[in-house]
Design a protein around this ligand. Structure first.
Ligand code: HEC
Ligand code: HEC
Length: 313
């Protein structure tokens, strides 16, 4: 049952959803104003955040919440799940901390995100429809994934508003010795501090280094500028036809119905995934290791690792 084998691979090889290649995605049906939510979608007081000047800044979180006029605190479990989804799917354009990247705007200060208040009602349509003409691809996420991302963005905006409690990894507070130990047990199978990662801290500032090891995005998104993908990080695929002829190359596109690759000469090949065509598909994602690690790090692990990597000047 080749098909079974192929779909098992699909499940096993879950990777961030890359937006489809050409042609660019269609605007969603029924979007009367094109892919942009019309002005009607914005609450009347767009741009204004309620503030509560009466409350004094307090040490405890509830007081600070009030002081900044922040709504309910995000659910930490949902926000953590949202962070994983965000880092793997959105950070490439919007930055690991959502405060903007080379190809996507700052979401922490986005009025649309502020009005969403962690509900997903404002963010959801943008995620599901994208804004293809502006370089924002669409994603097929379920309601829970959207809510989780909304909770993560809420946590980010509250952390930014609330500077007193704003501790991000940019501040190097970890223990480099503990980081070195974590490195040898979790990273050394693929990396070496004297080989490929030698002088890594001289190459990147701390914040960039942090996002590189959390998720070294090397996928390219069609039609968007950005860092050139590192070939070592590209997902590759081999498709073997029933005749035994096989094609290998960089994975360009994959969904439930089709798969496409471009071979070493740059030629694009695609196949329909039909029950009877007997294709054997073998996908290799070199960043799988990083994706797995993302789910495992504790805050302390991340601080320690960053402190350790910072010693590799
Ligand atoms: C390929 C780059 C890219 C990726 C990947 C991407 N975005 Fe975007 N996103 C953009 C661009 C560009 C815009 C600005 C569109 C515009 O100007 O209207 C945008 C806009 C947005 C907005 C609207 C902001 C506002 O103030 O109007 C939200 C919300 C958003 N993105 C969330 C996400 C989330 C969540 C993900 C991951 C699931 C994601 N984006 C992935 C490029 C990207
Ligand atoms: C299963 C293999 C694997 C594991 C395990 C792994 N990595 Fe990676 N890592 C890669 C690949 C592949 C790349 C992308 C190619 C590249 O940039 O070297 C990469 C990229 C990186 C980069 C970016 C390098 C650059 O020059 O931009 C850093 C930093 C990094 N990894 C750190 C880590 C750390 C820290 C750990 C452990 C917590 C780790 N990696 C675990 C395979 C792995």
């Amino acid at each position: 049952m080749v098909l079974l084998a192929a779909s098992a691979l699909f499940l096993a090889g879950q990777e961030p959803q890359a937006p489809p290649g050409n042609p660019p995605p269609e605007p969603p049906p029924g979007a009367a104003n094109g892919p942009h939510p019309g002005p009607a979608a914005k609450p009347p007081n767009a741009g204004q955040r309620p503030t509560n000047e009466a409350a004094a800044p307090g040490r405890n979180q509830e007081n600070t919440q009030n002081f900044f006029g922040l709504g309910a605190a995000p659910d930490p479990v949902s926000a953590a799940r949202g962070q994983t989804t965000f880092v793997t799917n959105c950070a490439f354009c919007h930055g690991t901390n959502a405060n903007g990247g080379a190809t996507g705007p700052d979401l922490v200060r986005s009025v649309l995100v502020l009005h969403d208040e962690g509900t997903g009602t404002q963010i959801g349509p943008v995620i599901l429809n994208g804004r293809p003409d502006k370089g924002m691809p669409k994603f097929s996420f379920n309601a829970m994934q959207i809510k989780d991302i909304a909770q993560f963005l809420l946590a980010r905006s509250q952390a930014t508003a609330n500077r007193m409690e704003y501790k991000i990894l940019n501040v190097i507070t970890g223990d480099p010795k503990a980081g070195a130990a974590y490195f040898s047990s979790h990273c050394a199978s693929c990396h070496s501090a004297t080989g490929d990662l030698a002088h890594i801290a001289a190459k990147y500032d701390a914040a960039t280094l942090q996002s590189r090891f959390l998720y070294p995005v090397t996928r390219s998104y069609p039609g968007t500028p950005g860092p050139l993908p590192d070939p070592k990080g590209q997902t590759t695929v081999t498709v073997t036809l029933p005749s035994g002829q096989s094609y290998s190359g960089t994975l360009e596109h994959r969904d439930d119905f089709s798969i496409a690759l471009s071979d070493s000469s740059g030629e694009y090949h695609s196949w329909l995934l039909d029950e009877n065509n007997g294709l054997k598909i073998d996908i290799h994602d070199p960043l799988k290791g990083h994706e797995e690690l993302l789910k495992q790090y504790t805050d302390a692990d991340m601080h320690n690792l960053l402190a350790y990597l910072e010693t590799l000047k």
